[in-house]
Design a protein around this ligand. Sequence first.
Ligand code: ZN
Length: 75
Amino acid sequence: MKAMDVSVEIHCETCGSANYSLPDGHGDESPIRCNDCGAPQGTIGELKAALVEQVFDHSAEALRRDLERLLAARL
Ligand SMILES: [Zn+2]
């Protein structure tokens, strides 16, 4: 199975930076902070949830394309 080509970019809501440091421990409750301005950016758990959501959206889109190809092939 081909690896999914999914990338998630999160940007600081305060300064727009994409630099983050993930905290040690990686527990779901660990806070993520912007490297540039130090603003809190939610938790590891929230980031994971956002990743799952993006993967799900990506899969749904791929399924839709497969379905369209199948339907087109039958015409
Ligand atoms: Zn920032």
